[in-house]
Design a protein around this ligand. Structure first.
Ligand code: HPA
Length: 265
């Protein structure tokens, strides 16, 4: 990938990931979109000469819970600033055996259990000019294909970057997006396991769907912070916030190396 004036990669950080320490010459941007403003400043800087944009999904001091995040403004802002591909970092709970605490995973599927969130760009009051533009471009915004919710080519690059960087990344998995902000009951997690979910998090949707509507390349790198309720070897374990943050910090140690390898591909 050649460095150029556009943004080479946008990174959205989740719980425990509020900045990219490796970025240099950072400039903050706070665009106003037709959906409002993003969760906080979008910090555009250089990483090995590549232009990288970073946005803390919950705000830089973690003030926004998952159901109050303005996902539409976040993605529309990144796009307006020139981002074409987005790597979403999502802190999650692990449900199935391969996804224990501190595992990094690049899921290939998702199930959406969220409700009441603004989950599409397609509003009743969408301007006529915009609709005409969409029709002219031949793009179908209303019913976007979502059979593969993540961009396969970007997923492949993330997985290859992990291999190149020597950081283990599980190369598949199904992400179940729950409403939160409370954690799940054991029965809910047992149901999610029966549904086929490997991971549970609260921010994967509507973000992935909106990215598809906007035509952005989008992949998720999930960071397992804990066993989900009733999962894992110690089924009675209570999920402690400090464990979550400690595990995210430990698992994030390899992130910079993955980003560097991804940018250089
Ligand atoms: N459930 C939902 N979201 C999460 C979890 C969890 O167990 N851990 C981190 N994010």
């Amino acid at each position: 990938m050649e460095p150029d004036a556009d943004i080479d990669l946008a990174v959205i950080g989740g719980t425990g990931l509020y900045q990219l320490a490796e970025l240099r010459e950072i400039e903050p941007h706070l665009p106003v979109t037709r959906f409002g403003t993003p969760s906080g400043p979008i910090r555009i800087g250089l990483l090995d000469g590549y232009r990288v944009a970073f946005l803390a999904r919950h705000g830089e001091s973690h003030v926004l819970p998952p159901h109050l995040i303005n996902y539409r403004a976040n993605l529309a802002s990144l796009q307006a600033l020139g981002a074409r591909r987005v790597l979403a970092l999502n802190t999650v709970g692990g449900i199935t055996e391969r996804f224990g605490p501190r595992v990094l995973a690049c899921p290939d599927q998702l199930i959406d259990y969220t409700w009441g969130r603004a989950s599409t760009l397609w509003e009743a009051d969408q301007g006529e000019a915009e609709q005409a533009q969409t029709e002219q471009a031949g793009t179908e915004v209303l019913h976007v294909d979502f059979g593969e919710p993540y961009t396969q080519s970007l997923r492949e690059q993330v997985i290859a970057a992990g291999q190149q960087a020597g950081v283990a990344v599980v190369a598949d998995g199904c992400y179940g997006a729950t409403q939160g902000p409370r954690l799940e009951t054991r029965a809910e997690i047992a149901r999610m396991r029966r549904d086929g979910c490997d991971l549970v998090g609260m921010t994967g949707m509507p973000e992935a769907g909106l990215a598809r509507e906007l035509g952005l390349d989008y992949a998720c790198l999930a960071i397992v912070a804990n066993w989900a309720a009733g999962a894992g070897p110690d089924r009675g374990e209570v999920i402690a916030l400090q464990d979550v943050l400690d595990n995210v910090a430990a698992a994030s140690a390899g992130l910079a190396a993955i980003l560097r390898a991804l940018l250089a591909r």
